[in-house]
Design a protein around this ligand. Structure first.
Ligand code: NAD
Length: 731
């Protein structure tokens, strides 16, 4: 397959065009690297060539990154020694990029040839590491383009020299948002930050003109010139020293040491900064290899890249014609309804936002205006975008306005009676074939569907709060929900650019089913006299974004009380959480309702800023002998992961990819682990089963090993071996 082609014009400019066949954006393959290398060799050897311009044949983009199959192949090439395979493969890529950077200067001091890169638009990952090796980078003035190195977001870091080059180009401090946070910028911001050199109307023409005019000094990278000093100072320079001390603390503070890639990248940057450039590249390659061999990066790539993308593209979509939403009705303009209207209007969907009064509906619409205003103040939104979004939202109290809606989402109070009344009202006005969805967080969909005369057109579309920020949407099938309703929900989620999971109906669906036990386990430990600080820190040190006590403060303790009462009423004798209720009912009686009351498990100041853990807890539940950090962490993670296994056993989940992606995006389950199933696989099912039994002995039946996990432990197989994508697709 030809991915790169070359032609030389009358001025002696060799134009190398990257155009991966059959893809909307270029993706680098092993074959692609070979072709690029061969063409560069040919151009450097050709006396008729004065300079080289590298560009893309795709309109609006240079490249989206590297095919992950490249890394898998390198690993395989290593045979019994995958590390050697990866290191060798990565060093070969370095050799090609270094050849571009040195442009023939190494060959008997010929003087070299200028190589410029012309980016029509987006350049990500290896798609930006290659330009970084060129002598000058020109980009089209394309505000939609994204430029940067997002590798850290999936648990690796730029390993084709991008880390070393960017730090040498910008300095460690200025490079850190791009390397450590995977920050992406549009071309103008990328130029302002020093990532690229020029933004222009016609980058190809500008690049050609530049290579023809380039002087010998223009093709020597600063780090290849005599007397190079790293911007901001290398580690042995006092300023540089302070940067690295600060960076080390910052990275550890943010990652709590559980993300191997961030730590490895920082080591590569620090150690690389102490040595000459070519040695730094080797150091980068070694750290990159060590990260690729860490099970965390494989798990993160699988869940946060491969599975997430597969779900977004409709891996579990029923085979029915496209169901794009044209006109959406949202009933209830409160916190959730207003958010749903906002994200839908931002996606260009016409919205009717309905509440009990016009004033309440208007208030919901105002949320869009306020959100857009914040974007305008931060120069992320144009005033025209605000006007366009507002023009799409009609705020009303008149059900007749729902005429023509093809999807209606109800987000009224969490009360089955009110929801049934609203459903009946909607059905009087909405078109016959309209899909009706509820955003309920706790009520069974099949029960709510009884209020509809069309239960096959009734579905749960469960958003998370705040809607505009949370990427996950949980789609819940009731017993009678039909394929068209599922497809409609999935197509809608795709329109608003969020990630869907599709689950079956059961108490608390999937996300809340797993997160409530996490919160409850934290509260149980408080009642047992475990230090609240130990509980919170243990959670964060194992990669949970919020400790269980902070989480309950955020969601509010009265909501916890409400859910506890409703669950107790529904489960009667089987209700297992009496010990938890004792603590939260007492907290509620004390008026400590969480952040909104400026008093909860934590103290808050007048402005609502969280302070220390409330000392009233220690007075009421005096500290006994303290468990080890690992014990607390295992209780907090196992209680969630075992619930995920039960959700799979019960058929609530039908695809473990949804279980893992949903857990990370829905409630932040230790992303380094790739999700609860990824984590259990990392532990190994035999150890996981053994530990869960031991925890059950020590702490109660909620840790009892599910039959499915015991079976798998006996067979010695993991979840992805048994339920991974190939199996799911075949099922
Ligand atoms: P909210 O109290 O902020 O808003 C509810 C809105 O519904 C109010 O504006 C109210 O006036 C309106 N309403 C009530 N009865 C109505 C009727 N008969 N006709 C029209 N409008 C009516 O509540 P919320 O937090 O937005 O929650 C709404 C739904 O979303 C609930 O089912 C809740 O369980 C669910 N949910 C909430 C969250 C969350 O974090 N708040 C998360 C996921 C799902």
């Amino acid at each position: 397959m030809t991915e790169f082609t070359m032609s030389t014009d009358a001025d002696g400019v060799a134009l190398i065009v990257w155009d991966t066949p059959g893809k909307s954006m270029n993706v680098m393959s092993i074959e692609g690297f070979h072709q690029l290398s061969t063409l560069v060799d040919a151009a450097l050897a050709d006396e008729a060539v004065n300079g080289i311009v590298l560009t893309s044949g795709k309109a609006g983009s240079f490249a989206g990154g590297m095919d992950l199959g490249v890394l898998a192949k390198m690993r395989e090439d290593g045979g019994d020694d995958p590390a050697a395979g990866i290191l060798d493969g990565v060093l070969q890529i370095h050799t090609i990029l270094r050849k571009i950077e040195r442009a023939g200067m190494d060959e008997r001091n010929k003087g070299g040839k200028p190589i410029a890169c012309a980016l029509p638009g987006t350049a990500l990952g290896i798609g930006f590491e290659i330009p970084l090796a060129c002598h000058r980078i020109f980009a089209a003035d394309n505000p939609k383009a994204k430029i940067g190195l997002p590798e850290i977001m999936v648990g690796i870091f730029p390993g084709a020299g991008g880390t070393t080059r960017l730090v040498r180009k910008l300095g460690a401090m200025a490079a850190s948002p791009y390397l450590l946070e995977g920050k992406l910028s549009d071309p103008k911001k990328a130029k302002a930050a020093g990532l690229i050199d020029e933004v222009c109307e016609d980058p190809l023409a500008a690049a050609k003109a530049w290579v023809l005019a380039a002087k010998p000094a223009d093709i020597v990278k600063p780090w290849d010139a005599k007397g190079y000093k790293m911007p901001g100072g290398a580690p042995y320079h006092p300023a540089g020293f302070m940067t690295f001390v600060g960076a080390s603390a910052m990275v550890h503070g943010k990652t709590k040491g559980v993300y191997p890639a961030a730590k490895a990248m920082l080591s590569a940057v620090y150690e690389g900064a102490l040595v000459p450039f070519d040695t730094a590249l080797k150091i980068e390659a070694r750290w990159f290899t060590s990260v690729l061999l860490n099970p965390s990066s494989a798990a993160m790539i699988r869940s946060l890249f491969l599975s997430k993308e597969a779900l977004e593209k409709g891996a579990n979509r029923p085979d029915v014609p496209p169901q794009q939403v044209r006109k959406l009705g949202v009933i209830g303009a409160g916190m959730m309804g207003a958010g749903i209207a906002l994200v839908s209007a931002m996606a260009g969907i016409e919205v009717v936002l309905l509440d009990q009064s016009k004033a309440a509906a208007d208030k919901g619409r105002d949320h869009t205006a306020a959100y857009m205003d914040k974007g305008i103040a931060r120069r992320k939104t144009m005033p025209e975008q605000k006007e366009a979004a507002l023009a799409l939202i009609t705020a009303t109290d008149d059900y007749a306005a729902l005429e023509g809606c093809d999807l209606i989402i109800e987000a009224v109070f969490e009360d089955p009676k009110i929801k049934a009344e609203v459903t009946a009202q909607v059905l009087c006005h909405a078109p016959q074939d309209c899909i009706f969805a509820t955003n309920t967080s706790t009520l069974p969909i099949s029960q709510l569907a009884k209020a509809s005369n069309n239960p096959e057109q009734f579905i749960g579309i469960h958003f998370f709060s705040p809607v505009e920020k949370m990427a996950l949407v949980e789609i819940i099938k009731g017993l009678a929900t039909g394929a068209r309703a599922v497809a409609k929900a999935l197509d809608f989620v795709r329109q608003i650019r969020k990630t869907p999971i599709v689950v079956n109906d059961a108490r608390f669906f999937y996300a809340n089913r797993c997160i409530i036990p996490y919160i409850n386990e934290g509260i149980r430990m408080v009642a047992e006299g475990v230090s609240p600080a130990l509980i919170e820190n243990a959670a964060k040190l194992v990669g949970m974004p919020l400790g269980p006590l902070q989480l309950v403060d955020e969601t509010s303790i009265d909501l916890g009380v409400k859910i506890a009462k409703a669950t107790r009423a529904a489960m009667d004798e089987a209700y297992p959480d009496g010990a938890v209720d004792e603590v939260i009912f007492w907290m509620a009686d004390e008026g400590r309702l969480g952040r909104k009351a400026k008093a909860g498990f934590y103290d808050y100041d007048e402005a609502g800023k969280r302070g220390l853990l409330w000392d009233g807890l220690a007075a009421k539940y005096p500290a006994g002998p303290q468990p080890s950090l690992i014990d607390v962490q295992q209780r907090l993670l196992f209680v969630q992961a075992l619930e995920a296994v039960r959700a799979l056993e019960d058929g609530v989940l039908s695809d473990i990819r949804e279980g893992d992606v949903g857990a990370i995006l829905g409630w932040g389950f230790a992303p380094w682990s790739g999700g609860p199933f990824g984590w259990l696989d990392m532990l190994g099912t035999p150890y996981a089963a053994e530990r869960s039994e031991a925890l059950a002995q020590a702490h109660g039946a909620r840790f009892a090993c599910p039959d499915l996990l015991r079976e798998m432990a006996e067979d010695g197989i993991g979840f992805y071996q048994r339920f991974g994508p190939a199996r799911t697709a075949a099922a």
